[in-house]
Design a protein around this ligand. Structure first.
Ligand SMILES: Cc1cc2nc3c(=O)[nH]c(=O)nc-3n(C[C@H](O)[C@H](O)[C@H](O)COP(=O)(O)O)c2cc1C
Length: 314
């Protein structure tokens, strides 16, 4: 893949956030540079960013930011970053908590003549607010000190959720995306149809997945429902194999998402929301394209796979 983001750009970017001084950063951006928040739609100039950085650093004076990874394309890149700091002054209306918190985001950077012209920031302030004690979706996840879940015997059983999940029968999908020209994907059974009107679906993906950075930065994703004769494909996509598409026939959907040939059904959907839930991200997507065949879907129950043609009607 073409390298677009010079080290001088990333170091000026990181210095601006770590030192609170945009002087060096000024040299690597275009005159019409703008930083746009994808959550609020607000657009800020370089001067306003100086104020934004100062505001954040006043809440977290020891704030340090690091770049976790950079996904590069032609004249554009996505920077995945993590900031860590101690909350010693009021921030976003939350009084100082003294908590040391971590927040993550990603910036879609567009380049013009080797300089940064535009940054689109995807940052979930509610995740940071949650870390400061403000309610967030991740409240669903257990805290270290919680009794995990009580089962019917009244005894706390850390494995009860696993037992519960083993009683839930699902199909298996492969969720796909592209990292540049490279197709990527992973096996996912955390799929659900959200609504028919509008046609919304959701998938839930672990942030440690190697597919996750490309999935997160994409505009669309593919969801392939796997069939009874695709047992090997399930195994491939549940693994960390480098090129999972090497022995596979697939085609691109209208927006480029890999759709696996021979699957009982495939959709391509536009990513509309990315909800952070601690270790996972819930993607809410609007379906844009669908392909359905007569092939029988594979069934997944309690860690095993079954043939849906063998099911007995009740
Ligand atoms: C039946 C099955 C269902 C799975 N469902 C999910 C899921 O819903 N979300 C998820 O993040 N991982 C799920 N996984 C695990 C991933 O497929 C697995 O961690 C994979 O190795 C990730 O690959 P990657 O790191 O290359 O993206 C599932 C695995 C299996 C076998």
């Amino acid at each position: 893949m073409q390298q677009t983001l010079a080290p001088s750009l990333t170091s000026a970017w990181i210095d601006a956030w770590n030192d609170g001084d945009v002087a060096t950063f000024r040299k690597v951006v275009t005159d019409d540079y703008a930083r746009v928040s994808r959550s609020t739609g607000t657009s800020h100039t370089l001067e306003q960013i100086q104020e934004d950085i100062s505001a954040i650093r006043s809440g977290f004076p020891d704030l340090t930011t690091r770049i976790d990874s950079v996904v590069e394309g032609e004249d554009q890149a996505v920077i995945f970053w993590t900031s860590v700091g101690t909350h010693t002054e009021a921030f976003l209306g939350v009084p100082p908590t003294g908590r040391r918190v971590e927040t993550r985001g990603c910036n879609h950077v567009r380049l013009a003549d080797g300089r940064i012209q535009r940054e689109e920031v995807t940052w979930d302030s509610s995740e940071l607010l949650h870390a400061l004690g403000v309610r967030h979706l991740s409240d669903a996840a257990p805290q270290a000190t919680d009794v995990v879940v009580d089962d019917l015997s009244g005894e706390p059983d850390p494995d009860v959720m696993k037992t519960f999940n083993r009683q839930f029968v699902t199909g298996v999908t492969v969720v796909t995306t592209r990292d540049g020209e490279t197709p990527k994907g992973l096996a996912v059974n955390a799929y659900a149809s959200v609504s028919l009107e509008p046609p919304l679906v959701m998938v839930c993906v672990q942030k440690t997945s190697s597919t996750y950075p490309a999935l997160f930065s994409g505009t669309h994703l593919g969801i392939n429902i796997l069939g009874t004769d695709q047992r090997d494909t399930v195994a491939t996509f549940a693994s960390k194999t480098a090129d999972k598409f090497a022995d596979l026939d697939w085609h691109a959907g209208p927006h480029g998402s890999p759709l696996i040939d021979g699957s009982p059904a495939c959709i391509e959907a536009e990513i509309r929301e990315r909800f952070q839930a601690k270790t996972h991200t819930v993607f809410i997507c609007r379906v844009r394209h669908a392909e359905v065949s007569e092939a029988s879907p594979i069934v997944y129950k309690a860690g095993r796979f079954f043939d849906s043609d063998d099911l007995q009607p009740l």
